[in-house]
Design a protein around this ligand. Structure first.
Ligand code: ME8
Length: 519
């Protein structure tokens, strides 16, 4: 079995998860599920980034011990990921003891091979972004990335000889133009490499919460140096050689567009320094805005994903689990993966009503109702319309191609073309006119049932809860993702069930939207 190792960024625990951060874990989960269902041996790691000046400051502000603070925060993140069905193989915390040992091991190796040296840092530090900044980088005296306040630092720091790796990295980029995607992000990093690299500071003396330099206890290892290493710790770099050799290098680091420099330049140079192979691909997704505005705590427009799903579940009268699927679907469909997306209540309701309630849900209900009326719910053992088989094969090829390029919304477009085909098929074939022509009726009903089962198989990575329900109801045993190649529905008799996605009435949507704007 071919392996596939996928990672998300690890999340700072000083703030709570929001729609943007959760969207990254959902996208990684969709890809991990797709790969598993395509017969890959998948390792999927995600987790929390717990050592940093801002986390130490947050714990202090709350008057609690930093370790207690990160323990509670990490379990909150993990619970939310569990509720969102994130099927991680490991939830890594940078406070895990095996990871802390790996960081010390890297630091010692790089010190011994001359890539880490002691010097003095004179410059600025942005605590919010946890980045070192030069005078020339500041914009109006503030951090150029987040606009936050910066602190003046003058301290002894250990430095990583990043400049030494510039030529090797540049060659690697030129030889591997698909190392970073989308292409715009690759070009940004290539330009940085072309203009040259400077050594970077990798330790701090003025705060304590983190991993200390093994041979110099006064220094705390810089949070980014510590955090990037999580990707090798998660697959047992020091603790499980077989596992490490099996899964490393990572096939895909999925990250946001704000942290490409750390992943595309610093991390590969660190790996070169210790002699490990580089990850195969870094894919940087865009950011989610909310109703056209950047999500930020100061604007008070950060959407808590759990509150959102709970509210939607009450409003639509569907379970929390199904509502999770609706959000997973919306985030995967609404934006082109790799570009920014705009989270809008109006488009959320529109997608729910038109794609899920009308196109997918109603197709299932209409089909089951016809099966009840004409066949007493017995599944006809008839072969499927060859035209549908040909259509589904063509769509599957394009579905797979989209997935391979991480075009999640394009892959969903293909599934919904299959669903539209089936809705249209009912209109064209008019089964109610063939109640005396048993062969035609049976072929139409078989095509609809098999078509629904097939589309549902392809939807599994996006909506694991709902698809499991439908596939169980239809008695589908073979659930792997492949082209349509033979009978899926194994039950002889089906049952009617309530619409899985009941349509939301206009009045309900208007009320909810008013509620939203009042808040
Ligand atoms: O940067 N839309 O952590 P983080 C989409 N700990 N993605 C978003 C987003 C938004 N509105 N806001 C944030 C860190 N993200 C470091 C990573 S990895 C070795 C260390 C994404 O909690 C962001 O781009 O600030 C990043 O990939 C992830 O959430 C975690 O961000």
């Amino acid at each position: 079995m071919e392996k596939f190792y996928i990672t998300t960024a690890i999340y700072y625990v000083n703030s709570k998860p929001h729609i943007g951060s959760v969207s990254e874990a959902i996208a990684a989960d969709v890809i991990a599920r797709y790969k598993r269902l395509s017969n890959f041996d998948v390792f999927f790691s995600t987790g929390t980034d717990e050592h940093s000046q801002k986390i130490e400051a947050k714990a202090k502000e709350l008057g609690i011990d930093p370790q207690r603070f990160v323990d509670e925060a990490a379990s909150l993140w993990r619970n939310i990921f569990d509720k969102f069905n994130i099927s991680y193989s490991r939830f890594i915390r940078t406070s895990d003891s095996d990871h802390m040992e790996v960081v010390k091991d890297f630091f010692t190796k790089m010190y011994e091979n001359g890539d880490i040296y002691l010097s003095t840092y004179e410059g600025w530090y942005c605590v919010r972004d946890e980045t070192f900044l030069k005078d020339s980088e500041l914009v109006d005296g503030k951090c150029p990335h987040c606009g936050g306040e910066v602190q003046k630092l003058s301290e002894d720091n250990y430095f990583f000889r990043l400049s030494k790796y510039r030529d090797a990295l540049l060659n690697f980029y030129l030889e591997n133009p698909q190392f970073v995607e989308p292409e715009s992000r690759y070009n940004e990093l290539l330009n940085i490499l072309k203009s040259g690299l400077q050594d970077i500071s990798v330790s701090r003396k003025s705060f304590k919460f983190g991993i200390h330099v093994p041979f110099d206890e006064d220094h705390t290892i810089y949070v980014w140096y510590d955090a990037l290493i999580n990707y090798v710790s998660a697959v047992g770099y020091l603790t499980d050689k077989d596992k490490f050799n099996k899964y490393w290098p990572a096939d895909l680091h999925l990250i946001g567009k704000d942290i490409t420099r750390f992943h595309g330049i610093v991390w590969p140079a660190m790996l070169m320094s210790v002699g490990l192979p580089l990850p195969k691909k870094i894919f940087a997704h865009g950011f989610w805005n909310l109703e056209g505005m950047k999500m930020s705590k100061s604007l008070g427009n950060v959407v808590d994903p759990i509150d959102f799903v709970e509210n939607f579940s009450k409003l639509s009268n569907i379970s929390f689990e199904k509502s999770v699927d609706v959000l997973r679907y919306y985030l995967s469909r609404e934006a082109i993966f790799g570009l920014d997306g705009d989270f809008r209540m109006e488009s959320f309701f529109r997608r729910y009503n038109s794609d899920l309630a009308n196109d997918y849900g109603n197709l299932i209900n209409r089909t089951l109702n016809m099966l009840a009326k004409y066949k007493n719910l017995e599944v006809p053992s008839y072969s499927v319309d060859p035209e549908f088989v040909a259509f589904s094969k063509e769509k599957f090829a394009s579905f797979e191609e989209s997935f391979e390029k991480y075009g999640l919304s394009f892959a969903l477009d293909r599934v919904f073309e299959i669903i539209s085909y089936l809705n249209n098929y009912i209109q064209v074939k008019e089964p109610w006119k063939h109640t005396n022509d048993i062969n035609t009726l049976n072929t139409v009903l078989s095509t609809l049932l098999e078509g629904i089962a097939y589309a549902t198989i392809l939807l599994q990575p996006f909506m694991p809860n709902v698809t499991k329900f439908v596939l169980d109801e239809f008695g589908v045993e073979r659930r792997n993702i492949s082209e349509y190649n033979g009978k899926l529905v194994k039950k002889n008799v089906l049952k009617l069930f309530e619409p899985i996605f009941p349509r939301l009435e206009k009045e309900t949507i208007e009320l909810e939207k008013k509620g939203e704007t009042k808040e």
